[in-house]
Design a protein around this ligand. Structure first.
Ligand SMILES: Cc1cc2nc3c(=O)[nH]c(=O)nc-3n(C[C@H](O)[C@H](O)[C@H](O)COP(=O)(O)O)c2cc1C
Length: 225
């Protein structure tokens, strides 16, 4: 099992990175080969909308890391997209990579919309791992919808699983102890009684990430919905 993970957080010790690394640790222990791509560090230019991919069946942009990265994407069994939620969406560094997925698809205008035909046969697992400051998962709806759309146009056999952590604002928060959460919440003007349950929820989330990675790492990976 070959897992390629995109880390879209600008914080190296942020909640997204901590959870992603837990997922990848599980995946390694499950026997997978894993690779992490730091979205901010890889040299990927923005899609320039030339639409030449509709003819070339590959991206026309030269002089960046896309040719190598696109082969790694096509070879992966599992693609992980890990991102903090920024204004209800994913971070711009990840969006820049996602826009280049346009070169994997032939797009035609139809009378009623667009038709999307992938150049390759895709049957991959997608894991969307999100961290957000809000207490309400509704903040992540636009990015989840985007990934439902992307996975379906790339191939009907693709499968998407989403994991989201809420009420995570500061670096390291997801691994804070209950007492640390209590003093953080006092500074954030949040009721301190929330800390007890949030500590347990954060522990559960860390465990879920590990388990999801381990499941994905196994040859016949079974995904928890
Ligand atoms: C520019 C910006 C926009 C944000 N927008 C949202 C948002 O729309 N909804 C939300 O719940 N949190 C939002 N947040 C909070 C982050 O999602 C949250 O702090 C997350 O845990 C950060 O992940 P990280 O620790 O991996 O950096 C935003 C943060 C920033 C910096």
């Amino acid at each position: 099992m070959n897992i390629l993970a995109f880390n879209g957080s600008p914080r190296r010790r942020g909640n997204t990175s901590l959870l992603l690394h837990e997922l990848l640790r599980g995946a390694c222990e499950g026997g997978a080969e894993v690779e992490e791509v730091i979205a901010e560090e890889i040299n990927i230019k923005s899609c320039r909308g030339c639409l030449r991919c509709n003819v070339l069946k590959r991206c026309a942009i030269r002089g960046d890391d896309w040719p190598a990265l696109s082969s790694r994407i096509l070879n992966a069994d599992v693609l992980v997209f890990a991102s903090p939620v920024y204004f209800h969406h994913l971070t711009s560094s990840l969006k820049r990579i996602l826009d280049r997925f346009r070169s994997f698809i032939n797009v035609q205008i139809t009378e009623h919309g667009l038709s999307h035909t992938p150049w390759h046969i895709w049957s991959k697992k997608f894991i969307l791992l999100l961290c957000m400051g809000s207490s309400d998962e509704a903040d992540a709806v636009p990015v989840i919808e985007l990934f439902k759309f992307m996975t379906s146009i790339l191939g009907q056999n693709n499968k998407l699983v989403t994991l989201a952590g809420t009420r995570l604002a500061v670096t390291n928060q997801v691994i804070m102890r209950e007492e640390e959460l209590q003093s953080l919440y006092a500074r954030l003007n949040l009721p301190s009684y929330l800390a007890k349950n949030d500590f347990l929820e954060n522990q559960k989330l860390i465990r879920k990430c590990y388990d999801m990675g381990k499941n994905a790492g196994r040859m016949n990976c079974q995904f928890q919905e």
